[in-house]
Design a protein around this ligand. Structure first.
Ligand code: ATP
Length: 230
């Protein structure tokens, strides 16, 4: 396989625009060593989400290179890229189906014990116990009966069950209640362990946890470096 273990991420003079004449990211360079946490900051429209989408190969870059463990993204199959990289966004996509299928995307070989252990680990044990049919309980397509905090935790659970090595996390910008905030905080701690992560940070706690900080302004790097030095 082209990739193994935690992923090292390198952007080298990356330029990209949704339209050819108007770049959204310009000459963007940074290097994130494997296993480290990068907090990405910047105003709305500065290009944070675009950066994450490029890593998932939703679009091809116009110039420069993006490498994972030194291998250019174009040489790694889209399937393999998306298998290794998990994107967790604020609006978690849940579908009509069982809790189990929503978490495993229909993989039958994942044992109930494993799923339950992950849910417990993330603080969803009580939520699971309250469901009528455990893992076989149906979720509505719109995630009926699920709070924003629980939806976020379910998205974290998917990352564990998929064994993703690189996590792209777009944090919830809306305020959660303090109790939920704490549960998320603890779950996040577990989620980030041993994984490289790029977090579009909306919360101070996350920024403080980051090893590196990237500040974008109008699609360019305003600052990049170890957090302690900025
Ligand atoms: P926010 O904090 O609001 O999520 P962001 O920093 O993530 O913003 P991006 O979503 O990356 O910013 O957007 C960067 C620029 O690209 C913006 O000017 C936006 O309008 C533009 N843009 C984003 N998505 C598309 C798209 N699919 N097609 C065309 N332009 C887009």
């Amino acid at each position: 396989p082209l990739l193994a273990g935690a992923l090292d991420v390198a952007f080298e003079r990356v330029t990209f625009g949704y339209n050819e004449d108007e770049p959204v990211l310009r000459d963007l360079s940074f290097h994130l060593p494997s296993g480290k946490i990068l907090g990405v900051l910047g105003r709305t429209g500065s290009g944070k989400t675009t950066l994450a989408r490029l890593l998932l190969r939703f679009y091809e870059i116009q110039s420069g290179s993006i490498c994972l463990n030194g291998v250019p993204l174009q040489k790694i199959g889209v399937d393999q890229v998306r298998q290794r990289i998990a994107m967790v966004t604020q609006d978690v996509q849940l579908f009509q189906g069982s809790v189990r299928d929503n978490l495993t995307f229909f993989k039958r070989h994942v044992s109930d014990e494993h799923i339950i252990a992950v849910l417990n680990e993330l603080g969803l044990g009580r939520w699971l116990q309250a469901l009528p049919d455990g893992l076989e309980s149906e979720l509505g397509g719109d995630g009926t009966g699920i709070s924003a905090g629980e939806a976020q935790l379910l998205a974290f659970a998917r990352v564990f069950l998929e064994h993703s090595d690189l996590v792209l996390l777009d944090e919830a910008s809306s305020r959660l209640d303090p109790a939920t905030e704490q549960v998320i905080e603890r779950a996040l701690e577990r989620l980030l362990q041993g994984r490289t992560s790029i977090i579009i940070a909306h919360r101070l706690a996350t920024v403080q946890r980051a090893d590196y900080i990237l500040i974008l302004r109008d699609g360019q790097v305003l600052e990049f470096g170890p957090r302690a030095e900025l």
